[in-house]
Design a protein around this ligand. Structure first.
Ligand SMILES: Cc1ncc(COP(=O)(O)O)c(C=O)c1O
Length: 408
């Protein structure tokens, strides 16, 4: 077997199931899951209709590169959404469909990491290459690094740095070994958004130290301020006049934006040379998107009304929940995303286990999605609550969390 498989951590939900198995929740209270980031709002009916109407297209093998119509729809969406220079995104060269960003983030690391070149300042290259990632983080970044033969290097996101890594504090020898920098903006779990100045600074560092930036932007459409949508990496490229998007690749998904986590549809876009190599990798890996899924995706990327309604629903839930929890728990409204990243004095494990035992609510302990770095685990005193349930359920959950904290 591949020895790197041994390096993979049990997935956070496996750890959570063990923690919950030690207690018994009250049977009279209905279970509310705030633990999993799976959207529960209705997906748009016209997307499902398009999928159904095109099931006959399953008779053909799809191409890995995808339909030109899908890539063009995505190029148009990116240009509109991130105010890119007209024509700068070429659907032929700058866009690839992927079966959800999870597989794409993982596959991307396999395609780009050169494990023979850990420290490019040394001829011996005895050190493994680094994949630099925020901490806490979406678990795929770490697994992808391990299986690509790289070492993850974590940058803590704490209340003191506004939940954005302090990139200025990263020493040169780390950047020297870095081959891939994962960004997550808006962040899972913190909801923090990286600004254009920081992105531009990172792009300059990528040029200086020769690494690739993979920006996971799958929560970019779930924001609260309609006049100020989160900035993206391609937009930062444009702000620098970098219309070839060199070294930069973004990851977007219909899972959160359009409540279609089961469709498995997203895309990567950016640097044409990198994407040409990624396409080659994907051709062999065998991860083409079925044609009905592509046609349904065209419908979803072409409509904003359902996304606006989605944001309205999340806004209502955050307003209601934060009002109830005000004074009981330390949680700020995130810049974007559907997560509350709440600080708890009793420790994340006791909070999660106690809340399940007393109130039949599941939340995710922060330490499960973070690693110790610089002497701390930045998730340790936090829990992640995904406000994916209905407004009524979220309100009910907030009331029960308040009861739990009042008693505690
Ligand atoms: C930060 C982040 N990236 C990527 C994904 C994967 O999303 P999908 O594969 O559904 O596009 C998730 C899902 O929860 C996520 O939280």
């Amino acid at each position: 077997m591949n020895p790197d498989l041994q390096r993979l951590h049990p997935y956070p939900f496996e750890k959570l199931n063990k923690l919950k198995a030690e207690v018994t929740p009250p049977a009279h209270l209905k279970h509310i899951a705030l633990s999993i980031g799976e959207p529960k709002h209705e997906p748009p009916a016209f997307v499902l209709d398009t999928l159904q109407q095109n099931l006959g297209r399953l008779v053909n093998y799809p191409t890995t590169k995808g339909l030109p119509e899908l890539r063009q729809t995505i190029a148009n969406w990116l240009t509109r959404r991130f105010d890119l220079s007209s024509g700068s995104i070429d659907a032929e060269r700058h866009v690839l469909p992927v079966n959800g960003t999870r597989e794409a983030l993982f596959a991307f690391a396999q395609a780009v990491i050169d494990k023979t070149a850990g420290d490019r300042t040394q001829t011996a290259n005895t050190l493994p290459p680094l994949v630099v990632s925020p901490n806490p983080f979406y678990q795929i970044y770490e697994g992808a690094a391990f299986l690509a033969g790289a070492e993850p290097h974590f940058l803590n996101c704490t209340v003191d740095n506004g939940f954005i890594p302090d990139f200025d504090a990263v020493p040169a020898d780390i950047w020297q070994r870095c081959q891939l920098l994962f960004l997550c903006s808006p962040g899972n779990p913190t909801g923090a958004v990286i600004d254009s100045d920081t992105l531009q600074k990172l792009i300059k560092l990528a040029d200086k130290y020769d690494f690739i930036i993979a920006s996971d932007e799958c929560y970019s459409e779930l924001y609260f301020d309609e006049s100020n949508p989160p900035m993206g990496l391609l937009q930062a490229c444009k702000d620098m006049g970098r219309n070839d998007f060199a070294r930069c690749v973004v990851f977007h998904s219909l899972s959160k934006r359009s409540n279609l986590p089961g469709l498995r549809s997203g895309f990567v876009a950016g640097d044409a040379d990198i994407l040409a190599q990624f396409l080659l990798y994907r051709t062999y890996h065998g991860c083409a998107m079925s044609v009905p899924t592509q046609l349904a995706s065209i419908a979803a990327w072409s409509d904003e009304a359902h996304v606006l309604a989605n944001r309205d629903a999340y806004r209502a839930k955050f307003d209601a929940v934060l009002k109830i929890l005000d004074g009981y728990i330390e949680a700020r409204k995130p810049d974007a995303s559907f997560y509350l990243w709440a600080r708890t004095d009793m420790g994340d494990l006791d909070f999660a286990q106690g809340l399940f035992a007393e109130q039949n609510i599941t939340v995710l302990p922060g330490r499960y999605i973070a690693r110790e770095s610089e002497g701390i685990n930045p998730g340790e005193n936090y829990v992640r609550m995904a406000l994916v349930a209905t407004l009524e359920e979220c309100i009910e959950a907030a009331e029960r969390i308040k009861n739990f904290l009042q008693k505690g």
